[in-house]
Ligand binder design. Structure first.
Ligand code: GLN
Length: 186
């Protein structure tokens, strides 16, 4: 059975673990860099990216995650997780992994009052997907190697670059494991 991890430092990791289990893979919570070893993929949940960055200072997470990606480990980043994956983060600028060729604007859809839920058309999933946007970031610029899997109006909200899948929304809340299944088949 494939083994997937969920970065469990902060944020909505329990729902991601549940969605991955529903997608049919083995799942473990990852709290230390060494636990990346042996995993096929890792989900980085939404939460608060600045808090996540702060917590990640305790161990060499950046080196570990870049090495994980370089050896073919898949990464799903949702909301704060997508911010962490970006090449560049703005408003405000902050450190990021640079594993997704994108500029990401934090809170690009507005503050907490502007959180909303909507159904997205995701052809790669064969239909509609309930998406919850919570203080969501916005993809501002995507490199040529980045494929857009879903848009909200004109805005890309779900993108893929090789083994990296990134969503500006929370796909794990609505109890639908199709995106996690796509991630594990990617
Ligand atoms: N606004 C948060 C941030 O900048 C992300 C919100 C989320 O993950 N739901 O990190």
């Amino acid at each position: 059975m494939s083994a997937y991890g969920v970065l469990a430092l902060q944020g909505d990791f329990a729902s991601h673990a549940e969605a991955l289990r529903a997608a049919g893979v083995g799942v473990r919570e990852v709290r230390h860099v060494a636990q990346l070893s042996g995993l096929d993929g890792l989900a980085i949940p939404g939460g608060e990216s600045s808090t996540l960055l702060h917590l990640m200072q305790a161990e060499p997470w950046f080196d570990g995650l870049r090495a994980f990606h370089a050896r073919g480990g898949r990464i799903l980043g949702t909301c704060a997780g997508a911010i962490l994956l970006a090449r560049e983060v703005v408003s405000p600028a902050q450190e990021s992994l640079g594993l997704l060729d994108a500029t990401v604007e934090r809170n690009g859809f507005g503050r907490q009052a502007d959180s909303f839920e909507t159904a997205l058309d995701v052809p790669a999933l064969g239909g509609r997907l309930e998406a919850v946007f919570i203080r969501a970031p916005r993809f501002r610029a995507l490199g040529p190697g980045v494929e857009v899997l879903a848009r909200l109006g004109d805005e890309p909200v779900l993108v893929r670059q090789g083994g990296v899948l990134a969503a500006t929304f929370h796909p794990e809340i609505a109890g639908d494991a199709r995106l996690h299944a796509l991630f594990t088949r990617n």
